[in-house]
Design a protein around this ligand. Sequence first.
Ligand code: SF4
Length: 210
Amino acid sequence: MSGNTPTTAESEQITILLPAGRLPRAILAEVNALAARHGFAIYLTTLQNLRLLDVPRSAAVEIRERLAALGAEFKAAGRFPVPRICIGSPYCSLGRIDTKALSDTIQERFSGRAKTKAKLKIAISGCILSCSGTRTSDIGVVAARHGYDVYAGGKGGPAPKIGRRILKEGTEEEVLAAIATLIDFHDRRTTSKQRMAKLIDDPGFPFAEV
Ligand code: SF4
């Protein structure tokens, strides 16, 4: 969980999205230079993003502009979530897939959505060990022995839940179709924000356990 982002009269927090957990060197260098100049701290969030802490409010616009000029994108209400991924193949000997490639495909397919309701998290893991928390995420995609398994309704927090498997040994296209169906359902059944765990027993939930 990345937590809420409280601000004060003098400071705020800025979260830079890092798709597939990758931190471009140009952004790394600029963040380092800006931190030295403005004295803020840098935190790697549990969702694999980069959060700038205690950013002086007077400098926040300039900081965002400088980073945006390098291609940085920022966390904002309504944005489709960047999947949290494990390192996967070829960097982990157990990895069955290139998790970055699947994350990129999901981003390409869904990041242009006009608005995604809050509290929806997606994770991808390169094998059933689920190092990225795929079975405790709202939507978890796991590379299985043959194809992909998809889990829905997992969560952490004070009452953790293991997700329910809703697709077994599917193809990549079937995974993308399942994600589309799940986020559309989440949108329709959610007024402001909602974890998928609250919705999987809804009579209209579009998948059975498999
Ligand atoms: S989930 Fe599997 S592939 Fe991914 S880092 Fe863990 S062991 Fe490696």
